[in-house]
Design a protein around this ligand. Structure first.
Ligand SMILES: [Fe+2]
Length: 300
């Protein structure tokens, strides 16, 4: 009889230990990933691009904020934030504080759905057979987070908003053209507003979006963008050892849920993100991350 009781108790203890690890340890186990991306013409100077995404910041996430602040030591030439920045109405000030000196560097950003809508309690396992896009489509709430204020604060600091917009920045000696879209996950993407071939006079062309939806990736690549940056997937957030992500929560395939890959001739970097929804506060086999992309000439 004792042995029969020991089995469920053991399973419960293992489950509690795994949840504790995923919510307390791995969720704060921040990593910097580095990639080299050959997208420049021969002879052009390389630049460092810091890609951050999916902070889902709440004012209590002090470790996350400290780690983001430490990224300023990388001295990136450009910071790209691909959205889902806040998960609390009072998180804008803490996010700006976390960026600290990074705000003084050239930066661009787009929104993610979670910048507009406060987090709701959901079973993350259901993303295996559906995406949260259907929830948004059904519930279609009025935005209740201060995303416009977030955008205004970043813009006031000199960063470029790219929600369904084209932009251009001088980064070091490089002329960089950007095209960005708002979040396709909540049908706010309007690629038609930015559609058209890239300007060949620019040194490099970067497409920026929250969700790496293939129909938009196709259009960016067809228009000649060299590098596409996205977040949203959280790298799967809960992954299986030796198998990887179970779900991407959008149309991208499981094998490109994070990291650097190709898409129709363009380079695609998907960030696994810095945070999690406060309603699903755990990560397993998928540590939170930021990425430093060094753009170099194609021949090197
Ligand atoms: Fe997110």
């Amino acid at each position: 009889m004792r042995k029969l009781h020991a089995v469920p108790l053991g399973v419960a203890a293992a489950g509690a230990a795994t949840f504790g690890y995923a919510s307390v340890a791995e969720r704060n186990w921040f990593r910097l990933r580095r990639f080299t991306v050959p997208v420049l013409d021969k002879g052009k100077p390389s630049i460092k691009v810091l890609h951050i995404s999916d902070a889902h910041l709440t004012p209590g996430r002090k470790r996350l904020m400290r780690w983001v602040r430490s990224l300023a030591a990388l001295e990136p030439d450009l910071v790209v934030n691909t959205g889902d920045t806040i998960s609390h109405p009072d998180a804008i000030g803490p996010f700006l504080d976390a960026l600290g000196p990074l705000l003084d560097r050239p930066g661009v950003f787009v929104y993610g759905s979670n910048d507009l809508y406060s987090p709701a309690l959901k079973n993350p396992l259901r993303y295996i057979w559906r995406t949260s896009k259907q929830d948004y489509a059904r519930e279609r709430r009025t935005p209740d987070l201060p995303y416009r204020e977030l955008g205004a604060a970043l813009t006031a600091a000199g960063w470029l908003e790219l929600n369904n917009r084209i932009g251009r920045l001088k980064i070091g000696d490089l002329d960089v053209e950007f095209g960005g879209i708002d979040d396709s996950h909540i049908d706010r993407d309007r690629y038609d507003k930015i559609a058209g071939p890239v300007d060949p006079r620019a040194d490099v062309h970067i497409g920026v979006m929250h969700s790496p939806e293939p129909r938009n990736l196709d259009r960016f690549a067809a228009d000649g963008y060299d590098l596409l940056l996205a977040g949203h997937t959280h790298g799967g957030q809960v992954c299986v050892p030796f198998y990887g992500a179970l779900a991407t929560n959008c149309g991208i395939d499981r094998l490109r849920v994070k990291g650097l890959h190709r898409h129709n001739g363009a380079w695609l970097h998907v960030s696994a993100g810095l945070g999690t929804s406060p309603k699903a506060p755990f990560r397993f086999c998928c540590p939170p991350e930021a990425s430093l992309l060094t753009l170099v000439p194609r021949t090197s």
